[in-house]
Write a protein that binds this ligand. Structure first.
Ligand SMILES: NC(=O)c1ccc[n+]([C@@H]2O[C@H](COP(=O)([O-])OP(=O)(O)OC[C@H]3O[C@@H](n4cnc5c(N)ncnc54)[C@H](O)[C@@H]3O)[C@@H](O)[C@H]2O)c1
Length: 314
């Protein structure tokens, strides 16, 4: 019989700090760029308009992972979270299950980490201001990660009360207006992607934007021509060009594969990041299973230090 630790959302947050998450996600991007960690394409099981399920596998660090996770955009109106599910972590040599983790907490940690990692890698060295637009579960995680990295951060959300609440909880502040939030040197957008947040002419020279919200078909946070003006980076071309922010710009013929660099290649030293201080850089994130694997492995490292961790006897 094996005894498998079960990490609730609280346990995941206790086990992995935002700083640790940034380092773990950085290592995952590099290992993936070098071909050491692998990731079959994620599978969408759709039940639109209600929502979809995603099966996201990865292999690396001596382990295999499967994240079974949802996106049900109408859930907040029902008092339910948009994203729920579990992460299963197994030993890659024996196939034995090693951990079960709450998928929403793993997702938020790695999404916040990727947003800030991209901003720090591609933003100007003298970037002074940071902002997060969309203060939901994953926007909160991005803001928390900026703060953990020693930056002040302003938040903006269509739901002003939510922005106030999250800002007070984290020690951030609310941007006086959307325009002021959008002008930050390091900008992260984490909205549902139903409405374009960055219209034509909105990005400023020297700015970086991490576009986190448009992670599925039909979603967009930025107008196509505006996206095409930027130096483009993504987490994974296949995912980003089919279901990410880049998909609509690719469909409109504004962007081709040669225009887009993988963040992992920049982090591994195989590609150039920002070329000069006046460039606009944009990172399109769809979310990768290797990021989840990085967080799950980091959580497992800390399992012994956690109290109240339930165990599944199998
Ligand atoms: N790239 C990734 O790795 C990744 C990971 C997780 C979630 N996501 C995506 O990010 C998006 C947000 O996810 P979440 O879990 O944080 O959702 P959420 O429902 O918890 O939060 C969304 C927030 O955006 C706000 N919002 C809606 N429209 C807005 C607008 N036009 N301007 C500003 N704020 C607006 C809402 O009021 C809400 O606070 C979703 O599309 C989700 O699929 C991407």
């Amino acid at each position: 019989m094996s005894s498998v630790p079960v990490f609730t959302g609280r346990h995941v947050e206790q086990a992995v700090s935002p700083e640790r998450a940034v380092e773990a996600v950085r290592e995952a991007f590099v290992a993936h760029a070098r071909g050491e960690w692998t990731m079959p394409p994620k599978v969408y099981v759709t039940n639109y308009p209600a929502g979809d399920f995603r099966a996201m596998p990865a292999l690396g660090g001596g382990h295999a992972l499967l994240k079974w996770v949802t996106s049900f955009p109408g859930n907040p109106q029902r008092g339910l979270p948009t994203v729920t599910g579990v992460v299963l972590l197994s030993d890659a040599q024996t196939g034995q299950l090693r951990a079960v983790l709450d998928a929403a907490a793993v997702t938020a940690l790695r999404t916040g980490a990727a947003a800030v990692l991209a901003a720090e890698t591609l933003g100007r060295h003298d970037a002074a201001t940071a902002a997060v637009v969309g203060a939901g579960v994953n926007g909160r995680a991005a803001a928390r990660t900026f703060l953990a990295r020693g930056r002040t951060v302003s938040l903006w959300d269509v739901d002003e009360e939510r922005a106030q609440r999250v800002a007070a909880e984290l020690g951030a502040h609310v941007a006086p207006s959307l325009e002021q939030a959008l002008a930050a040197d390091l900008l992260v957008t984490v909205t549902p992607g139903h409405d374009v947040v960055l219209g034509e002419g909105s990005l400023r020279p020297g700015q970086h934007v991490s576009l986190m919200g448009a992670d599925g078909p039909g979603k967009a946070e930025v107008a196509g021509p505006e996206l095409a003006r930027a130096r483009l980076f993504c987490d994974d071309w296949e995912q980003a060009s089919h279901g990410g922010e880049l998909a609509h710009a690719v469909e409109e013929g504004l962007v081709t594969r040669d225009d887009v660099t993988a963040l992992g290649d920049v982090l591994a030293g195989a590609a150039v990041g920002r070329a000069d201080a006046s460039e606009v850089t944009a990172f399109d994130s769809t979310g990768l299973a290797i990021q989840d694997l990085a967080i799950a492995l980091a959580a497992l490292e800390s399992a012994e230090d956690l109290s109240g961790l339930a165990r599944l006897e199998l």
